[in-house]
Write a protein that binds this ligand. Structure first.
Ligand code: URA
Length: 256
């Protein structure tokens, strides 16, 4: 049966109502990963090595109001020398993707190729991540991708606690700015940092974890999947849960 203009209008209104509901949820979810509201009281670009208090809401600081753009956060980061990783890095690897992506991926730290190119997940693990994202109906441009640290740890060692302590506030600010509906945490270090736990990925994956009102799905890191291809089936089942939840939330995949 052909739809009438009234039907079309009703559909449009329903879609708009769904979007508005989604936005309201996102705004309320923003609270805890958003910045405390000193934003307007300080210049956007502060002294480079000042503690990033504006954006460091801290896990327990719910708050508020100062949602900053990614370019403001990047400016605050500056030519960062807050931790020792600046002495060995080539590039700061800030993040890539859509500023308002409903879906975000967080890895551990840049590797050699990312350090060279200044972009996250561009090496072999990145190629697999791109395929995973595309299999979900999205693209590298329509999601947002970042890491728990923005500089490569030498020899690809794990980031150390002091490095994470300096860098995580910037990731939290990016999350608050992008306001994704769902974050996929890639591998144990990213999942543990985002969830504030110390647990193996196998104990965390396969279910959503609520963190400050944002749903986090931990899954295997693509570099691990390259070494253990048998685990791809479990990773795909995690990603299917993400796809189903996005659909339930009324978020359509886009290749942007
Ligand atoms: N592994 C990560 O965790 N992040 C990258 O950007 C690249 C490899």
């Amino acid at each position: 049966m052909d739809s009438t203009p009234d039907d079309e209008l009703a559909d449009e209104l329903l879609a708009l109502a769904g979007q508005l509901r989604g936005q309201l949820r996102r705004h309320s979810a923003l609270g805890a990963w958003a910045a405390p509201g000193r934003l307007t009281a300080r210049p956007v670009v502060g002294p480079e090595d000042a503690a990033p208090e504006v954006i460091d809401g801290g896990d327990e600081a719910p708050g508020t109001h100062g949602r900053r753009t990614l370019s403001q956060i990047r400016a605050e980061l500056g030519d960062c020398t807050r931790c020792k990783l600046h002495t060995t890095r080539r590039s700061i690897v800030f993040g890539v993707g859509a500023e308002d992506a409903p879906l975000m991926f967080v890895g551990e730290a840049p590797g050699e190729q990312e350090d060279r190119r200044g972009e996250p997940f561009v090496g072999p693990a990145g190629e697999l991540l791109d395929k995973m994202i595309e299999a979900m109906g999205w693209s590298r441009q329509s999601v947002y991708i970042a890491n728990t640290t923005k500089c490569r740890p030498p020899g690809n060692r794990n980031p150390q606690p002091d490095e994470l302590e300096q860098c995580m506030p910037f990731l939290k600010a990016q999350i608050a700015s992008v306001a994704p509906r769902i974050i996929v945490a890639l591998g144990r270090p990213a999942a543990n940092q985002l969830l504030g736990v110390d647990a193996p990925i196998s104990a965390l994956r396969g279910a959503f974890h609520d963190r400050h009102g944002v749903k986090v799905m931990p899954t295997f890191h693509p570099a691990y999947l390259l070494r253990e291809p048998d685990k791809k089936r479990e990773a795909w089942s995690d990603l299917k849960l993400v796809m189903a939840e996005l659909e339930r939330l009324g978020v359509q995949p886009t290749r942007g």
